[in-house]
Design a protein around this ligand. Structure first.
Ligand code: SF4
Ligand code: SF4
Length: 55
């Protein structure tokens, strides 16, 4: 079960900078996680200022 990023995302980029798998990329309206590479570590949720990444 991969993490996914909700509409709360304010595109700060912190999650992408800290993801150990480098599987978060900037999308048109929010950042997006490549579920096929996510290892469920939770780092993105820990660094996000608005709680957008959800397990
Ligand atoms: Fe990257 Fe970990 Fe977040 Fe998955 S849970 S997107 S591996 S930081
Ligand atoms: Fe969006 Fe949170 Fe990632 Fe920043 S850390 S880009 S607000 S999901």
């Amino acid at each position: 079960m991969a993490y996914s990023i909700g509409d709360e995302c304010v595109k700060c980029g912190a999650c992408a900078q800290n993801c150990p798998m480098s599987c978060i990329k900037e999308g048109s309206s929010k950042y997006e996680i490549d579920a096929s590479q996510c290892i469920d570590c939770g780092t993105c949720a820990g660094v996000c200022p608005v709680g957008a990444p959800h397990a």
